[in-house]
Write a protein that binds this ligand. Structure first.
Ligand code: FES
Length: 127
């Protein structure tokens, strides 16, 4: 189960004002907050913690939509959280279909909401 910091004391200790930072991940294990770095999401700079997943950083910043489906243009966001469903894929540093729930943040990453297949043939896309 993915856990976030629960109490105000825990959030203050970890510098997590939102209380939405992921601290335990079923695939990646315990996540110790690293130094604060900046990433760019859809042209907007946000703070993230080195070592946390991109999806965790987005959740902490209040961003819930990672992609839009190709045919119906429906929003998708974090679902399984363990790299299995592809609902969290985004364009990261120009590379489409990156599973943000299992990809660690790195300073200076440029992340974009993915629309459709992110460059694959649209006929291959799920609805
Ligand atoms: S949320 Fe399912 S693969 Fe990332």
């Amino acid at each position: 189960m993915i856990q976030a910091l629960a109490s105000t004391a825990e959030r203050d200790k970890e510098g997590d004002e939102s209380g939405m930072r992921v601290t335990e991940h079923p695939i990646l294990g315990g996540l110790t907050p690293g130094r604060v770095v900046q990433i760019v999401v859809d042209g907007k700079k946000i703070e993230a913690r080195e070592g946390e997943t991109i999806a965790a950083a987005l959740l902490a910043a209040g961003i819930r939509v990672n992609r839009y489906t190709s045919k119906r243009h429906e929003p998708r966001g974090l679902f399984c959280g363990i790299g299995q469903c592809t609902d969290c894929v985004m364009v990261v540093n120009g590379v489409p279909n990156v599973r943000t729930c299992v990809t660690p943040v790195a300073s200076g990453m440029v992340i974009e909401t993915q629309h459709g297949s992110g460059g694959r043939a649209e006929s291959d896309e799920e609805v």
